[in-house]
Design a protein around this ligand. Structure first.
Ligand code: PMP
Ligand code: GLN
Length: 382
């Protein structure tokens, strides 16, 4: 039997999201682990994709993305973030946000380059960096607020630092970047050749009247960076895997070299549908309030359990600290709860390269129907 005598990613197994979703299915547990909504998406959007197909939009579209979609995205960005981006040179449509991040990193990382990664970190960043034979340099964010310790960042920057990757609203913690954070990031990277990647897939899922600090609001950062987005999160269709990257012109030129030979172009019908659907601004402008109500609903119901909430200001998730009798680590606890209480969560320790501290903080996904959230909290309270 053929086998490869090495692995490019020797330490990588199944992602924690797949692992816990499989466990949830095995034990018939409510899955508040992997981040995806359990309620239907907008029927009008489904109809728009059907129509796009029936209208004959079934062949390859432009490699950089359906032109009208890029134009509409540029208009959206101009209105939301007061930034003019050129859809011809700065926007590329991708098969999801993860892919946008991968293409961005692949387009500039050389072996031995260092990338500053904040932990807890979304699981794709480090393998992406390692595939380029570059080196993740970790900066830990600490509970309960998970704020960026900028002094540590300054200390970790070296002549080999090629990039900094940031995520706001943050998965798994729900922390968000402030204007002050963005100014510090601008100042730290000024007069360097450091590239900034901002993972903004939860841009519209922001709560308590906070303002999303997009990379696009900061021209200096945009020129030296990429902002990565996902339609899946905004339109409740994570399975459609469509996203886009917006970047500085020089960087986007390199990005497109990777993109062209990796995917060439993305699924056409959804791009045509979104190009028209973007006119419906309330779909994204009202999203934060709707998701905030879900966060608060779960918060209220969780009061009857042994879990103490940590603050969440955005995204799909809220972290809870377990305060009960059990002494197991986070990952063990998440598995036991799946088996015994039939509720699945994700241990925050899984978002650290070394397992983090043996904490008992679990991530709960609240983009679910109220009845799902209520039933989950009830099971945990028993
Ligand atoms: N970044 C973060 C922080 C995420 O949580 C997700 C969710 N999967 C992604 C990127 C990827 O989004 P997509 O499904 O569009 O690839
Ligand atoms: N972003 C989702 C989460 O954090 C999962 C997506 C995935 O499974 N890759 O749960």
């Amino acid at each position: 039997m053929f086998s490869l005598p090495y692995s490019k990613l020797p330490n990588i197994g199944l992602t924690i999201f797949s692992e816990m979703s499989q466990l949830a299915a095995q034990y018939n547990a409510i899955n508040l682990g992997q981040g995806f909504p359990d309620y239907p998406m907008d029927d009008n959007l489904i109809a728009a994709v059907n129509k796009a197909m029936q209208d004959g939009n079934n062949q390859y579209t432009h490699t950089n993305g359906y032109p009208l979609l890029r134009q509409k995205l540029a208009e959206k960005v101009a209105e939301l973030y007061q930034t003019n981006v050129n859809p011809e040179t700065q926007i590329t449509v991708t098969p999801g946000g993860t892919y946008a991040i991968y293409s961005a990193l692949t387009s500039f990382l050389l072996p031995g380059d260092e990338v500053i990664v904040f932990e807890p970190a979304y699981d794709s960043y480090v393998p992406n960096i390692e595939l380029c034979q570059a080196i993740p340099v970790f900066v830990r964010l600490e509970a309960p607020d998970f704020q960026i310790p900028w002094q540590t960042v300054r200390e970790k920057i070296s002549p080999k630092t090629k990039a900094i990757i940031v995520n706001s609203p943050h998965n798994p913690t729900g922390s968000v970047l402030s204007a002050q954070d963005m100014e510090t990031l601008t100042e730290i990277t000024r007069d360097t050749s450091i590239i900034v990647i901002l993972d903004e897939v939860y841009e519209h899922l922001i709560f308590d009247d906070k303002k999303h600090e997009s990379l696009l609001r900061y021209p200096e950062l945009l020129e030296r960076g990429f902002a990565c987005f996902s339609f899946g999160k905004t339109y409740n269709c994570t399975g459609w895997k469509l996203g886009y990257a917006i970047g500085g012109e020089a960087l986007m030129k390199e990005f497109r070299k990777v993109h062209q030979f990796n995917v060439f172009s993305c699924f056409t019908p959804t791009q045509v549908a979104f190009a028209h659907f973007l006119d419906n601004k309330s779909a994204y402008l009202e999203l934060g309030k709707k998701m905030q109500a879900k966060r608060d609903f779960l918060l209220e119901k969780m009061k009857a359990t042994e879990f103490e909430p940590l603050p969440s200001f955005g995204g799909y998730f809220q972290c809870y600290q377990y305060n009960g009798e059990r002494k197991e680590t986070g990952i063990e606890l998440a598995k036991i709860i799946t088996q015994e209480k039939k509720v699945t969560t994700i241990p925050v320790s899984a978002f650290y390269h070394d397992g983090g501290s043996p904490n008992q903080i679990l991530r709960f996904c609240f983009c679910k129907k109220e009845e799902t959230l209520e039933e989950a909290a009830w099971r945990l309270s028993r």
